[in-house]
Every structure is written in C-alpha cells, then in structure tokens.
Design a protein around this ligand. Structure first.
Ligand SMILES: [Fe+2]
Length: 351
C-alpha cells in the first residue's frame, strides 16, 4: 500500500516490476523500436508500453513527441489528458508540459511563484518513418532505424498491416518469422507448400545484420484473374531474409518464373518480456493485388503462426545453444541466438 519512507533516488530508468533483467533492459532500451502506427497518433495523447515503460505519444505541428506516461506531480497517466497549443496537458490537475518535458504551466500556482525545476517529464527520442512511430528510451541510440528503401521508393503497392499483440517474446517471434521448417506444417491455408528437405544454407553475419537465402516451394499466394493463377498451384520462389538486431526482419520473396518480387517487413516491438506488438509492412512489386488483400493474407498467415508461438515454453529465447536441439535448417536461428548473446543479452542470471 505504501512506498518506503526512504525511497528517493530508488527509481532507475527500468521499471521495478520489469520482466527484463537490468542488463537486458539497458541493452534493448538503446535501440529504436516502433510503438505505434503514424495514423494512431493524433493530437489526442495516446498511451502505449515499451520495455515495460508506459509511453505517451502526441502530435503537434512540430511532429510527434514521446514521454514517460506519468505526470511527476501525482503520477497520473498523461495519455488521459489533452494537447493544447502544442503542450501536453495532464487531465488530472491541468499541468502543462513542452515537448522537451519542461513544465510550462500549473493552473493552481500563482503566476509569480516559480515552477519547481524537478517538475519535468522524462521525454524520449521519437521519429516517424515507414508509417510507424519509433521511440528510443536511451538518450544515445546504439544504431539507427533499419534502412528499407522499398517501402519509400514507389517500387510496389505498400500495405501497412494493423499491428497485432502476441503473448510471446519479440525474439521468439523473430525466430518464427525467419523459420523455414514450419511453413508446410503451419501455413496450410495460406502459402505453405509440400514437406521438403531443407538443404543446408549459410548465414552471412555483418555487424547488426544477419542474412540468408534459400529456395522455397510455396503455394501460390493469390489466386484470381489479376495474378494469372486460376487455380492453387505450387510456385518456386527464392526467399532472402535480412534480420537487423534485435527485432527487425525483411523477407524478399522472388518468383524467378514470373519475375515478380514480394517483400514483407516485420518488427517485433517488445512491450514486455513476454508481450510483443507486431508491426508489418508488405510491398508487392508485382502490383497485382490490392492493399486490402495483402493485409488480409498477412493477417491469415499471422493467425496460423500465433497458436504455436504463444505456446512455446519458455517464452524467453534460450541463448545457451545447449538448451534446445538444432538441425542444419535452423542455421539462422543458431546465428540469431549467437548474435543476441554477442550484443550482451542474456548475460546475467537474475531474471
Ligand atoms: Fe509462419
């Protein structure tokens, strides 16, 4: 019911209840993560969570701003407030804050009384790109955003998929997204083809990027006059995956026979250690399928993955390679785990 009498200074940037270890939290907080669609952030404050931290986003003529979703006065949720004249206004007592976090007005305080200096929001780095709002909880980002020019250069129909929230860790989601083995078994109503042996492949590791390419026999993704496929049939494709640490992946699906290319860009945003908001953008360079159909198909694929991934136990991704058994087709998974460990993740025993 009460916090301790001597509690001042106990608060660090990582919430006390966080399911991330202190070390893992600090590393993940130093990366950019998407936290909302641009369309979700208006001049009405919008609350979300990143790495267990409550975050409020709001839009002014200067762009989108982000701050800890807690008013330092009485710990009210600022996302319950409003935006007025470019200032974030707490709905509880009317305190107003500028984008840099400084309190600029307290209605109940006499005009000639100075505003306490400590009354300052924790503002976060924030930027918009690819139709998403990205936040970094650290003052110094360790890396930039993924460079995905195909979303922006007009090379195809672009579809932003409504984000879904999975009760799974972001790392388990990324492994699922880059896993070839599961496709014939899970994606039986979408693009899964026949059971096939997956030949060994190499993973190129270059700094924060892991990439591999493999042939895949998939079922034709769309059937209809527009695509030239009247009936479901098998299609030979080349998949090229590029994962950018910690949780961003793009897959290029190329069909050599038709000369068409289809891309999916995927980011798992770590809401908590076991909850992930999935942001996906599809680019169809064939321009044969309307955006609504691209979204519908992607959501059906996600639905097929969901039941398996949320049931994986433990939800945390094992970074000790001895904890799960690997086959040659899991090369990407093995290299991903090694790369996460090389970042320093999973280094401390205390959870
Ligand atoms: Fe899948």
């Amino acid at each position: 019911m009460f916090l301790p009498v001597k509690n001042a200074g106990a608060k660090g940037p990582r919430p006390a209840h966080s399911g991330f270890s202190e070390s893992d939290w600090g590393i993940l907080a130093s990366f950019w993560h998407p936290v909302a669609l641009s369309s979700e952030v208006t001049d009405k404050p919008w609350g979300t969570t990143l790495l267990d931290v409550p975050v409020v986003l709001y839009r002014t003529p200067e762009g989108v701003s982000a701050a800890r979703d807690v008013c330092p006065h009485r710990s009210a949720r600022l996302s319950l407030g409003t935006v007025r004249d470019g200032r974030l206004v707490c709905g509880f007592h009317g305190f107003e804050y500028a984008a840099d976090g400084a309190c600029t007005r307290i209605p109940a305080l006499a005009a000639d009384t100075p505003i306490p200096r400590k009354l300052c929001l924790q503002a976060y780095l924030c930027q918009e790109r690819y139709g998403l709002v990205w936040v970094c909880l650290s003052k110094v980002p360790r890396a930039g955003l993924p460079e995905w020019p195909h979303i922006e250069d007009g090379s195809g129909i672009v579809a932003v998929v409504p984000p879904g929230t999975w009760n799974a860790s972001a790392a388990r989601h990324i492994e699922n997204f880059t896993d070839l083995c599961h496709v014939p078994f899970i994606h039986t109503s979408t693009f899964g083809g026949p059971e096939v042996v997956i030949e060994p492949y190499e993973v190129q590791v270059d700094g924060m990027k892991l990439a591999f390419e493999a042939p895949v026999v998939e079922r034709v993704r769309y059937v209809g006059e527009d695509t030239g496929y009247a009936q479901p049939q098998l299609n030979h494709a080349i998949y090229r995956y590029e994962t950018i640490l910690p949780f961003s992946t793009s897959v290029k699906v190329h069909h050599p026979e038709k000369g068409t290319t289809y891309r999916v860009f995927d980011v798992g945003s770590p809401v908590t250690a076991s909850t992930t908001r999935i942001f996906q953008i599809v680019v169809d360079e064939g321009r044969t399928v309307p955006a609504e159909a691209l979204i519908d198909f992607t959501e059906r694929i996600n639905g097929e993955d969901l039941s398996q991934v949320v049931a994986q136990s433990p939800q945390a991704l094992p970074l000790d390679l001895r904890d799960e058994i690997h086959i040659p087709a899991d090369r990407m998974s093995v290299e991903y785990r090694r790369a996460l460990a090389a970042l320093g993740l999973g280094a401390d025993m205390a959870r």
